[in-house]
Design a protein around this ligand. Structure first.
Ligand SMILES: Nc1ncnc2c1ncn2[C@@H]1O[C@H](COP(=O)(O)OP(=O)(O)OP(=O)(O)O)[C@@H](O)[C@H]1O
Ligand SMILES: [Mg+2]
Length: 228
């Protein structure tokens, strides 16, 4: 699915060079569920951004299904992202003045679906994450766990092959963590690939494989468990 070939990523910041990822090569297969763990500043979000087509590496190639992500045009890369990738963040990134159902409608609206289709699809996806009773609530009227489930429903709008999640359980209580990890595991069982950055050992247990990053270098790739 993904291949990182001799990737290096450095940031230039106020005359200083930060080596966020040292030379890294990695293959991520179809329908893998990978946890990326490692201390703060070790390069986890950087790796996820490179995979997500959001930031070009300083050198090396990122291949998605054999195609070099940063050698295609911006339009091609954006289309690929809209078609194939889903993103989940620690802070949910919901639009605060839109209701749950409207938040899930946003990508459907951008994709040019009719309002009736948007509403129908968004309601279905919210029922799927257990929120059929909260369609018209604003994010501020939902618990943290419910907000993350709205974000998960929104991620499914384009039926992505890959979900990239950055600390999806970082702001959640244990019950909500469990619900979110159950949903991500379900998404994986449906054939999607998941790359999840996490500090949370409970979350990492749900992955098939974990990678540890320390100071921009992958230090080991122990197998956590067999395929779910
Ligand atoms: N836009 C940027 N400009 C300059 N340096 C950056 C930038 N983004 C990240 N860095 C630096 O790159 C390194 C890796 O950052 P990254 O955000 O990938 O870490 P992380 O593992 O996700 O950390 P955390 O667990 O705290 O989210 C850090 O040293 C960070 O300070
Ligand atoms: Mg990070």
């Amino acid at each position: 699915m993904f291949q990182l070939n001799n990737i290096i990523k450095t940031y230039e910041c106020r005359g200083q060079t930060v080596n966020a990822l040292n030379e890294t090569s990695l293959a991520i297969g179809d329908n893998e569920f990978i946890a990326v763990i490692g201390p703060s500043g070790s390069g986890k979000t950087t790796m996820l951004s490179l995979l997500g087509g959001m930031m070009a590496p300083t050198s090396g190639k990122v291949l998605f299904r054999g195609e070099s992500l940063y050698e295609m045009s911006l339009v091609e890369r954006t289309n690929l992202r809209l078609r194939s990738l889903g993103f989940v963040f620690q802070s949910f990134n919901l639009v605060p003045w839109l209701s749950a159902v409207e938040n899930v409608q946003v990508p459907l609206s951008l994709a040019g679906e009719s309002v009736a289709t948007q509403q129908e699809r968004a309601s279905e996806l919210l029922s799927r994450v257990g929120l059929s009773g909260r369609l018209n609530h604003l994010p501020s009227e939902l618990s943290q766990g419910q907000q993350q489930r709205v974000a998960l429903a929104r991620t499914l709008t384009n039926d992505p092959q890959v979900i990239l999640a950055d600390e999806p359980t970082g702001n959640l209580d244990p019950d909500s963590r469990e619900q979110v990890m159950k949903l991500l595991s379900d998404f994986h069982s449906e054939g999607r690939s998941i790359v999840m950055v996490t500090h949370d050992p409970f979350a990492a247990q749900h992955a098939q494989r974990s990678l540890s990053l320390v100071d921009g270098t992958i230090v080991d790739t122990p197998n956590v468990s067999s395929a779910a």
